[in-house]
Design a protein around this ligand. Structure first.
Ligand code: HEC
Length: 402
């Protein structure tokens, strides 16, 4: 009991750390990129008004001996995001793989197999991306190749894990790519640059080009990775039949929005088509979540008798719903869950009383009717299509509480 509560707080702390570090990393990195692009495009100093003065920012490679430039790539923010994210993934998706990661209807994995697969995919994601990003092609061709590689990964992930797990692992792969870019290229290249300046040799322009490329890639990936991490609470995105397309479209939309700002800060004008593209991708994500939603009525077997036919058009009463929820949900969604390893109801969702059930009608629809996100597929709770259909009919009739 005490141990489980302590564990919950550790998880809370890690989540907080993860979010705070991510805000610092993304905020600083995008702000820095903007400054960098503006300095290069105007070829003049940049003046920025702050709360207590005006700053003049210049790119200067003639550094006086007494100046001690610090490494300006926010590496600890990046590393902290990765480390806290990895710890969270272990605490939630690895420790409770049956609830979060595995869907036996997709692929019947044992927990250890699923975990091993995730670890391998993190490595494969980085190696594949890195090879494509340094292929001897034009930068546009490389970016297209990286995008196709990531779309293929999204597809593969949804064929291995639960929708929830696939989205999280996809986000983790992209986050690993971004962190590895920092650790493997940006920071070492800055070290070399400072070393070169200190010893009076000209810094290697080719390395600058690589750093620029990787910093830009990270900027394009920043928004999509956040969509993937937050999508966990939106089963219409992750548990849809089209979930891998939805994840890929998030990548397109996020990159398009960032492209608008990259072009603007470079002084190449306002590319309004990027917003049209992002809007179209967003609209397609919504449309796919609607088309991808389950249709429990259509799946139900034809009524066997006249009585069945009548029963199927009479709206179910809360008592019928209560019975289903008691059998299929309450072992986890109770003030004191009986499911081993759960100290508290997940996400605070309790479904023990009629009032609680009716109050959660919309959430029940999203999790258990429009999608099959609940009960968690890996938990092997034997809920039938007829039961989902009863929930669907109850919701369609306005989810009466009595
Ligand atoms: C084996 C345990 C288990 C069972 C059974 C179960 N759930 Fe859940 N439920 C979970 C877990 C774990 C989460 C937290 C998911 C997350 O962290 O995003 C959850 C989350 C939810 C949420 C909140 C989702 C969110 O992100 O806010 C709803 C609503 C929900 N479940 C409804 C149901 C319904 C309805 C049933 C029965 C048809 C059900 N659950 C059965 C474990 C269970």
């Amino acid at each position: 009991m005490i141990a489980t509560i302590a564990f919950d707080w550790v998880e809370f702390f890690l989540r907080w750390l993860h979010v705070v570090a991510a805000i610092f990393w993304v905020g600083l990195a995008l702000g820095f990129l903007r400054l960098n692009l503006t300095l290069k495009s105007t070829k003049a100093d940049v003046w920025r008004a702050a709360d207590d003065g005006v700053f003049r920012i210049a790119r200067d490679m003639n550094i006086p001996a007494e100046a001690q430039p610090q490494i300006g790539w926010f590496r600890w923010e990046a590393y902290l995001v990765w480390l806290s994210g990895f710890a969270l993934m272990v605490a939630i998706y690895f420790a409770k793989a049956d609830l979060y990661l595995i869907d036996p209807a997709v692929l019947a994995l044992e927990s250890w197999q699923a975990i091993l697969l995730v670890l391998m995919l993190l490595v494969v994601g980085w190696l594949g991306y890195d090879q494509l990003a340094k292929a001897p092609w034009s930068e546009t061709a490389r970016r297209v190749a990286v995008a196709i590689f990531l779309f293929a990964l999204a597809f593969a992930l949804t064929r291995m894990f639960s929708g929830r797990g696939a989205f999280l692992v996809f986000g983790a792969i992209i986050g690993t790519i971004m962190t590895a870019n920092v650790a493997h290229y940006l920071v070492p290249n800055q070290r070399r640059m400072l070393e070169a300046i200190r010893t009076g040799v000209a810094p290697d322009e080719a390395r600058f080009a690589v750093s620029r490329q990787r910093a830009l890639h990270n900027n394009y990936l920043a928004l999509p990775v956040l969509v993937l991490m937050l999508a966990n609470h939106y089963p219409l995105a992750f548990a849809s039949r089209f979930n891998w397309i939805i994840a890929s479209l998030a990548l397109v939309a996020g990159a398009a929005i960032r492209h608008f700002y990259v072009a603007r800060h470079r002084g190449s004008g306002d590319l309004w088509w990027t917003w049209a593209l992002a809007g179209a991708a967003g609209a397609a994500m919504v449309a796919l979540s609607i088309f991808g939603a389950e249709k429990p009525q259509a799946r139900a077997a034809a009524p066997k008798s006249a009585m069945d036919a009548i029963a199927s058009v009479v709206a179910p009463r809360i008592g019928d719903v209560e019975d289903i929820v008691a059998d299929r949900c309450v072992m986890c969604h109770a003030r004191k869950p009986s499911w081993p390893g759960l100290a508290a109801p997940p996400k605070g969702v309790m479904l023990e009383t009629r009032a609680q059930i009716a109050g959660r009608a919309k959430d029940i629809a999203a999790q258990a009717v429009w999608t099959r996100a609940m009960p968690p597929p890996g938990a092997h709770v034997p809920i039938g299509d007829d039961e989902r259909r009863t929930l669907a009919l109850w919701i369609a009739s306005g989810a009466p509480a009595r």
